[in-house]
Each structure stands twice: as C-alpha cells, then as structure tokens.
Design a protein around this ligand. Structure first.
Ligand code: HPA
Ligand code: ZN
Length: 337
C-alpha cells in the first residue's frame, strides 16, 4: 500500500475547519450568479491566482469577500454538503465545524438562515454519508465583546445543536482576554470553549486563552513552543492542539513545510491533531494535510496512525464512540506486505 493509500485508509476526524473556508472558487462563482453578486474577478482562474497570502490578514480579506455570495439557506446547505461529500471520500468519519455568524449577520443575513442551512446538511450527512458532526460558533475577535454577546444571545435558541464557542479572525492586537466575559457567559450556558491562539500571536495569547477563557482545546497553538514552561503545562494537561499544516504554509506561519514544528510538538508530548482550516483557500483537504507533513517530515505509518488516533481522542465525541473510532484506526494494517 502506498503512503497515499495508507492515509486514505486511515479513519480520521477533523477538528479545525471553517465551513466558509470550504467555498471553492467554482461554487463561489455559481452562487454569485445565482444571487446576482458582483465578484471583482474575471474568472475562476483569476480568483485562484489571488490566493497568494503574505499573512493571516491577506487571507481574511478574501475570505470575508468570498462569503458575501452566501445568502440563502440553500447556499449554506450546498456549501456544507459539498464539504461533507469531499471529506467522506477521504475517509473522514467525524468533523467539528466552525462557522462565523458575524460574517453573515453583519451583511443582513439572519442567524437562522445560516444555522438552518448548515444544520440540515449536517443532518443529511449523518444519515446519507454516515459522517458525524458538531458545530462550533466562532466570535470574530476584530469586533468588540458587545458584538460577541449579541451573537451569543442569537445562538441561544439553537444551543442544543451548537456544542461550543470559538474565537477567530485577526489575532494580533486582539488578545483572548478581550472576550473574557462573553466566554464566561457561554461556558455557563453549556458551550465548550475553544480559541485560535498562537497562530500569529505570541505564546502569551495561548496562556491567556487558557487562563482567561478556560479553553479545552487550542486552535493552532504553534507559538506555545516559544515558552517551554507553557508547552510543558499544555502537554501535562493533554490539552489538544488543532494544527493546520497547509494553512501554516499558505499564511507564512512557517517558511516551508520542512520547518513545520509538528515533530517538535510530538516530541514534547503534546496531543496534536491535523486539520485543513480553510481547504478551498489553502490547497488541500484532510488527506492533503497528512500527506504534506508526511513528505516534509518523513513521518512513519505509526506516527500517521497516532495522529489519526489523536483526532478522535481530542474530539467532543462521547468516550465510548471515541474508543470505537480508535479501534477502527487500530484495524488498519500498518506493515507493508
Ligand atoms: N485564523 C484566524 N481566523 C480564521 C482562520 C484562521 O486560520 N480561518 C478562518 N478564520
Ligand atoms: Zn482556523
């Protein structure tokens, strides 16, 4: 079995995926036409050519522009369904999906329109594709905390179908502590807290996400490695990191894949998972992320299987299901015959 086939055969979970970041240029153009939105690109190729980012903000500018084509429940359904079909074909068994309500409500789209479209697709994904899923609602950190409070309020009627709250968008200048109160309220309401931290921001931001927001999983987390004591603390507590290799490369968080700190993270005993973040913008879904680090860092099949096991271990699945999924990873033949 080739390494590519081995990665394909591994049952996997994805824990860091922005549904708006799965909007492929073809669907973006189709929805622009359907909703009579003008895109400032003459063709799909011209749009793809613009995906050349120097940092996180360069990407976010196009990400928010891109999501402006999403307007109806059907649009959100089509977006989500397309991600689920692609992922199921890569042997993804479970996914925990971020969405950015403020990226839509700011443009006058109702929270219910966004939620209903995504949720219906996830329900169909469970039934027709046998892929399980959870939803995590993110607050945009470049907006203020009052805006996040209002978003939390709008989410309350859908609480039974939204497992957690997260924090994303422009990191530098927006430390986690800015959202201390709204995270406290969200935790009281029963949402599990996660946050992007240490993607571009310093190790201090990772510490603040832990201490001020009491997060149970760290999205990215790369920069925690700058602080040995913090790294040891995260490893000891086995707080998972949702690492996104192709995202890190495209957003210049790493210079090249050979310099990706994944192996360092593993060596320090961190509970690391691999994820695609915004696959339509960063050039690959889950398997392409596994393959990119395997090639660059020469990961063994045991190490790849370990990362797949971690993806279930770090998920919000109930323990019994985690064990059942991990048993499926164990059943994949590691040794070449
Ligand atoms: N970082 C911060 N915000 C985001 C990202 C990311 O990688 N993707 C979508 N919003
Ligand atoms: Zn992200």
């Amino acid at each position: 079995m080739s390494i590519r086939d081995f990665i394909q055969a591994l049952p996997k979970a994805e824990l860091h995926l922005h549904i708006e970041g799965t909007l492929e240029p073809e669907l973006m153009f189709a929805l622009a036409q359907r909703n009579k939105v003008n895109l400032p690109y003459s063709s799909i190729d011209a749009l793809r050519a613009a995906y050349d980012f120097g940092n996180l903000q360069d990407f976010l500018d196009l990400y928010y522009q891109g999501m402006s084509v999403l307007q109806t429940e059907q649009d959100y359904y089509d977006l989500t369904w397309s991600y689920l079909e692609k992922s199921r074909a890569q042997n993804l068994l479970h996914t925990e999906i971020f969405f950015d309500p403020q990226g839509h409500t700011e443009r006058g789209i109702e929270f219910s329109t966004v939620f209903n479209g995504i949720h219906q697709a996830l329900t169909d994904g469970q039934r027709k594709l046998n892929i399980s899923s959870e939803l995590i609602m993110c607050f945009l950190r470049h907006l203020d905390e009052a805006d996040a409070f209002s978003t939390l309020q709008q989410a309350l009627p859908y609480k039974d179908h939204i497992i957690g709250v997260g924090l994303d968008s422009s990191e530098l200048g927006h430390p986690p502590g800015k959202f201390k109160n709204v995270f406290a309220r969200a935790r009281e309401a029963g949402f599990l807290p996660v946050a992007h931290a240490g993607e571009e921001g310093p190790a201090d931001y990772v510490a603040s996400a832990l201490d001020d927001l009491h997060i149970v999983r760290i999205d990215h987390g790369n920069r925690c490695l700058d602080d040995a004591e913090l790294t040891a603390r995260i490893a000891a507590a086995q707080i998972p990191l949702t690492v996104c290799p192709l995202s890190n490369l495209k957003l210049c968080v790493v210079k090249n894949m050979q310099q990706h700190p994944l192996r360092q993270m593993l060596d320090k005993g961190l509970l690391v998972t691999l994820n695609s973040d915004d696959p339509a913008y960063f050039g690959g879904y889950i398997n392409e992320n596994y393959l990119a680090v395997q090639v660059a860092l020469n990961l063994s099949r045991e190490e790849l299987a370990g990362l797949a096991r971690n993806s279930f271990k770090a998920s919000f699945l109930p323990d019994q299901l985690k064990q059942a999924m991990i048993a499926k990873v164990d059943a994949v033949e590691i040794h070449q015959t």
